[in-house]
Design a binder for this molecule. Structure first.
Ligand code: HEC
Ligand code: HEC
Length: 387
């Protein structure tokens, strides 16, 4: 026995070390288990409770050292890594992600060879489409607006109604959806297998294995996890560059996080400006004869009628029009909606309230939203389609 272990043994430290390690494993296990719970079990309602339990647990950490933070939110809570975290069964890998990039931009994935993911998630339009609601296969008008995929890898629940929770699971859906890319699995595989460049790329990325729809989905998911907004004025400011934001933008941030003024922070939480929760924010379209019931289509609880998942606000200035129904043409109209406290009262979220903001505060808040526009790595849009 060496000296150190003898001393440790004498002091009983070995045992203590052992116990701390077990404790760490216990917590790790706990977090993993709660992470795998279906996210659609979230209650809808006031934000802190609309977070899954494990998240509220983790949030205690920043809140505890946020001595200088407002409302339990400190600047560092908004820090995001340059690539979104990947699940254990689809770890980030350069070749797989490169393959995902080609697939993302390739219209040959669709039934008629004319629509790619990028048709609707266009990098030049904030990775969305600039439309009120999406246009699908054969020009069909889809009922909801296209969500941007910027920072999508940080979301724990996907789509306006939360019907998917994993990018791997979501990626394949539009390809086979008759109103989107209208392809069949058989035809997709036939097409990709007939392109030698793809056969080679799949083999190289997946240990000699060929084309499969599961691998298409994995690569698409991996590619999308890299689409992360970096170097926005706000991102630079939270990293400590005081002059990155204008004075007006800094004041706008204060309005944003002040529950007595903007109250935006209640639902648009750090770090991705969303809470993985669903809220009915009282849009006018909920008064329609047959309104879009949103979350209710997935989870038949009355409270979820007209509730939609909170979207991220990173790069928000690039993705007008806004809301799931595209009813706000610009950020000014978004703000006017929130100031009104919601135009339809039925089933309205208890967190929506009439805002009393001075004209200056309104200007500042919009200036702040504009400070969230960052860059996306240019390499993510440079590609050549395989032949
Ligand atoms: C015809 C237009 C269209 C095409 C093509 C399309 N999407 Fe979408 N996408 C949408 C719309 C509309 C939504 C929101 C739908 C909803 O929530 O009901 C969406 C949502 C998403 C989301 C969820 C974003 C979030 O924040 O939850 C992801 C991820 C996504 N699409 C990826 C893809 C991928 C990958 C492809 C190609 C395989 C693709 N999309 C093809 C229109 C399209
Ligand atoms: C009660 C929760 C809640 C509060 C409070 C809230 N939001 Fe939202 N926000 C949402 C939800 C949910 C949506 C999507 C609603 C829909 O389309 O039906 C949304 C959508 C948005 C959008 C449009 C995003 C897009 O991609 O279309 C913007 C911009 C926005 N909010 C900004 C703000 C600002 C600024 C404030 C504060 C003045 C605020 N929000 C307060 C929950 C909230």
């Amino acid at each position: 026995m060496c000296y150190l272990s003898r001393i440790k043994a004498v002091l009983g430290l070995g045992r203590l070390f052992h116990q701390t390690r077990s404790l760490m494993w216990f917590f790790a296990f706990f977090i993993i288990v709660f992470n795998t719970f279906p996210a659609n079990t979230f209650p809808v309602g006031p934000s802190p409770t609309s977070q899954p339990f494990h998240l509220s647990l983790l949030n205690l950490i920043p809140a505890a050292n946020a001595a200088t933070g407002v409302n339990g939110v400190s600047r560092s809570d908004w820090l995001l890594p340059k690539v979104a975290p990947s699940p254990e069964n689809n770890k980030m890998d350069k070749k797989k992600a490169e393959l995902g990039k080609m697939l993302f931009f390739d219209p040959r994935l669709s039934g008629d060879g004319r629509t790619s993911c990028a048709t609707c998630h266009d990098p030049a339009l904030g990775w969305s489409d600039g439309l009120t609601t999406a246009t699908g296969h054969n020009g069909i008008r889809l009922p909801r607006a296209t969500l941007s995929i910027v920072n999508v890898g940080f979301n724990k629940i996907l789509m306006w109604d939360g019907r998917n929770i994993q990018l791997e699971e979501q990626a394949i859906e539009p390809i086979f959806n008759p109103v989107e890319m209208n392809n069949t699995e058989q035809n997709l595989l036939k097409t990709l297998r007939s392109i030698p460049g793809y056969v080679k790329a799949f083999k190289e990325a997946y240990w000699g294995l060929g084309v499969s729809s599961n691998r298409v989905a994995r690569s698409l998911a991996m590619y999308q996890r890299q689409v992360v907004s970096v170097n926005s004025p706000f991102a630079k400011w939270i990293r400590g560059n005081e002059s990155a934001m204008t004075e007006s933008q800094k004041r706008g941030f204060e309005v944003f996080i002040d529950t007595n003024r903007g109250n935006c922070i209640t639902c648009h939480r750090p770090p991705n400006f969303m809470d993985n929760g669903f809220h009915n924010i009282g849009l006018l379209s909920f008064k329609n004869k047959k309104p879009d019931l949103g979350r209710f289509s997935q989870k038949k609880v009355n409270m979820t009628k007209g509730a939609f998942r909170t979207p991220t606000l990173w790069n928000i200035a690039e993705t007008a029009p806004y809301f799931h129904d595209g009813s706000a043409k610009n950020l000014r109209q978004v703000l006017n909606h929130y100031i009104s406290g919601g135009k339809t009262r039925t089933n309205l979220s208890p967190n929506m309230k009439v805002l009393r903001l001075k004209p200056e505060e309104q200007k500042d808040l919009i200036a702040f939203l504009n400070a969230l526009t960052g860059e996306i790595d240019q390499k993510l849009t440079q590609f050549t389609l395989p032949r």
